[in-house]
Design a protein around this ligand. Structure first.
Ligand SMILES: [Zn+2]
Length: 256
């Protein structure tokens, strides 16, 4: 395992060198940033547990604005999990999102942003889960960390073996459709993890609010890699002075 401050230091040092995880320049295009928290009143009128309706909402918004890519924020306390038993029926919901979601059409290739070795993979098939998932291990300057790719297509897992290697920018899989990705609008869930513990092929992508701080210490802001300049909603409600968080306005304004 690596200390999160070491991982953040390495990622900041490699800024500008990462290959894009989807075939769009997220740093330039300025994707549409979705708000899946209760602040988004539009969500109240949508059955969020219905992937067809959720997909129609997300991709309808993208088409309406003429933007090819949408993103969902890191450290966002979401309402979209409330209807799903997997996220905590009855008890405290695991509502805090630990990755960044990238909404693109199913079949879109997904690439590793830096050289990697396959740590593990699995099809997490429970409704609402990741579906096909790949976890990559990266080593840089003696620091080890992991990236997780969730909601892939089933055929993304064909022929994989733990320990297989990828060069930076190599395609590792494709974004899955709603029928195979856990029942969501097509998107990539991208998460950075400093310590996998005993997890293999899976790792929590959301945390209960009471466990938020503990999980944010394991999962730094994926925007350290993605470099999306317009992630304003991510910081709403955020504690100030968190060293692992990318400020709105992009990487220019990172706190040290
Ligand atoms: Zn996600």
């Amino acid at each position: 395992m690596s200390d999160i401050s070491e991982v953040v230091r390495v990622l900041r040092g490699k800024r500008g060198t990462f290959r894009s995880v989807v075939p769009f320049d997220l740093g330039k295009t300025g994707p549409l940033v979705f708000d899946f928290s209760e602040r988004n009143r539009e969500l109240g009128g949508i059955d969020l547990d219905d992937p067809v309706k959720f997909t129609a909402y997300v991709f309808g918004e993208l088409r309406r604005r003429g933007v090819p890519v949408g993103v969902g924020c890191y450290d966002e306390d979401r309402v979209v999990y409330r209807g799903r038993a997997l996220f905590g029926g009855g008890g405290e919901h695991r509502s805090v999102h630990l990755g960044i979601d990238i909404f693109v059409e199913s079949g879109t290739p997904v690439s590793t942003p830096l050289a990697a070795e396959i740590h593990s993979f699995a099809n997490n098939e429970t409704h609402g889960d990741y579906g096909p998932t790949i976890i990559l291990e990266h080593r840089s300057e003696g620091v080890v960390f992991f990236t997780l790719y969730g909601h892939l297509s089933v055929d993304s897992l064909a022929g994989l073996r733990a320990g297989g290697r990828y060069a930076a920018g190599e395609v590792i899989g494709r974004v899955g459709g709603s029928h195979e990705n856990g029942g969501w609008a097509p998107h990539l869930h991208f998460q950075v993890i400093t310590d996998m513990g005993t997890w293999r092929g899976d790792f929590p992508g959301t945390a209960a609010p009471s466990e938020r701080e503990r999980y944010l210490e394991l999962c730094p802001d994926p925007n350290l890699i993605l470099g999306i300049p317009n992630m304003p909603s991510a910081t709403r409600g955020r504690l100030p002075l968190d060293p692992h968080f990318v400020e709105p306005g992009g990487l220019e304004n990172i706190r040290t």
